[in-house]
Write a protein that binds this ligand. Structure first.
Ligand code: SAJ
Length: 418
């Protein structure tokens, strides 16, 4: 068994730490966030992720996982899982990775391993981390092994995917790759592919960029469909009957701290990332497109009331980071709209109202995120106290027939049929 330090006990670091601890490793979570550290040491978590709470409670109770606000100097493996946000000018903010790497320097000794898990621009390990790690005085690649191993876990299915997804390990040399592969073999049942650190960085970015570009295609289809008088969802359903076509779903935009951000790392580093750049602009234009659709439906915005159902970046999670629906809320408020929010998953993050209360007095109800809680609503009751019974579905989640049977008017993002 190894002693493992996970730097950053957030959405990726905490489940990773808990999984290693559940296999008998001694794991120390290091984070500057005292609230997260204190919660973890009580066996509690401060994020919503199915199954994670029980896992953390168990490994903390057994003494395999602890947390602290300083970097431990007695571990064999140091995993950096800190945020890599985007600056307002869309360049990568690598401060957290840099400071985590510096924190490791006085703590490592001969034989230690440093792994970057954070999604990072290409060449982060080679050009940002190695120059700092050389300050340890250890022979990099021999006495101190270094690799990038990006996570592929889907928020909402983290525990299962950490275990079952295949994984890429990109070492600065083969010795590093083999040592890091051995570390992950204790928690990963999927295949572990070995490559270079820069290739691993590019793989992670291209995985999410592939998804972002395809979502952008679906969003462009939605706009074209409204212009040309067809229903984009019908086009997608039928086109996807082709054995090699898989058009993704339109929506009010792309959120989360991954798909919405990672492509910008490539735009920053390569002048050839033109399609990738345009895809980001397409997706980031959707909140305005929805705002304009709302304005057209209710005949103006200033002084109107709009109820937004679901503001997290995707269904059944509590994460509002980069949420396009939160951007839509801001756009509406800036246009003088009174906005009511209903989101049972984001109750601790935003001031919301109940499902049958939020729509009262509103001119339109917009489904922003298709949470399970919105599946079986009573549309007659939902719209009973609305000023105007308009429902705009941005996720093709509700039935037009059911909505209109209640006497409300149903609108669907991407449906150009009048
Ligand atoms: N979205 C659409 N249309 C779609 C699919 C998604 O509008 O057809 C939107 C969602 O509403 C959401 C955003 O895109 O706002 C991203 O949602 P997501 O579920 O696609 O992605 P994440 O960010 O939760 O997780 C992704 C996953 N990457 C891929 O699927 C390639 C996950 O495997 C990664 O580990 C994660 O990013 C990450 O951490 O990088």
């Amino acid at each position: 068994m190894k002693s493992i330090c996970v730097i950053g006990i957030g959405y990726v670091g905490l489940p990773t730490a808990a999984m290693f601890a559940s296999k008998g490793h001694r794991v120390v979570g290091y984070d500057l966030n005292e609230k997260a550290v204190n919660a973890l040491n009580k066996g509690e978590i401060i994020i919503e992720e199915p199954g994670l709470g029980d896992l953390v409670k168990d490994v903390v109770a057994k003494g395999f996982l602890t947390a602290q606000t300083t970097c431990p100097d007695d571990c064999d493996v140091y995993i950096i899982a800190v945020p890599t946000p985007i600056n307002p000018d869309k360049t990568a903010d690598m401060r957290f990775v840099e400071s985590a790497t510096r924190a490791v320097v006085p703590c490592v000794r001969k034989g230690c391993i440093v792994i970057l898990e954070s999604t990072s621009p290409p060449r982060t390990v080679e050009d940002l981390m190695l120059p700092i790690l050389k300050e340890t005085g250890l022979e990099i690649g021999e006495e101190l092994l270094v690799a990038h191993s990006p996570e592929r876990i889907l928020p909402g299915r983290v525990i299962e995917e950490l275990r079952t997804n295949s994984r890429i390990v990109g070492g600065i040399n083969e010795k590093s790759s083999l040592a890091v592969k051995e570390v992950y073999q204790s928690i990963v049942e999927g295949e572990i592919h070995i490559t270079t650190s820069t290739t691993a960085e590019m793989c992670k970015l291209m995985e999410n960029t592939f998804r972002d570009v395809n979502i952008a295609l679906a969003n462009e289809l939605a706009k074209m469909s409204e212009e040309l008088g067809v229903n984009a969802w019908e086009v997608i359903r039928l086109a996807n009957c082709h054995p090699r076509v898989n058009i993704l779903n339109p929506g009010p935009g792309v959120g989360g701290h991954c798909i919405a951000l990672d492509p910008w790392f490539l735009v920053e580093k390569s002048k050839n990332a033109k399609l990738i750049h345009q895809a980001r602009l397409n997706n980031d234009s959707m909140p305005e497109f929805v705002r304009d659709k709302i304005e057209k439906i209710i005949g103006g915005l200033n002084g109107k009331s709009v109820a937004i159902y679901g503001v997290t970046y995707k269904p059944n999670i509590d994460d509002v980071r980069e949420s396009p629906v939160m951007h839509l809320v801001d756009l509406l408020k800036n246009a003088g709209v009174n906005v009511n929010i209903c989101d049972p998953h984001a109750a601790e993050k935003i001031e919301g109202k109940g499902i049958y209360e939020a729509a009262e007095g509103c001119d339109i109800l917009v489904l922003g995120v298709n949470h399970d809680e919105f599946k079986n609503v009573d549309f007659a009751k939902l719209t009973a106290k609305m000023s105007a019974k308009n429902i705009l579905d941005t996720r093709n989640f509700w039935s037009k027939a059911d909505v209109e049977a209640s006497g409300a008017k149903y609108y669907l993002l991407g449906d150009g049929n009048k």
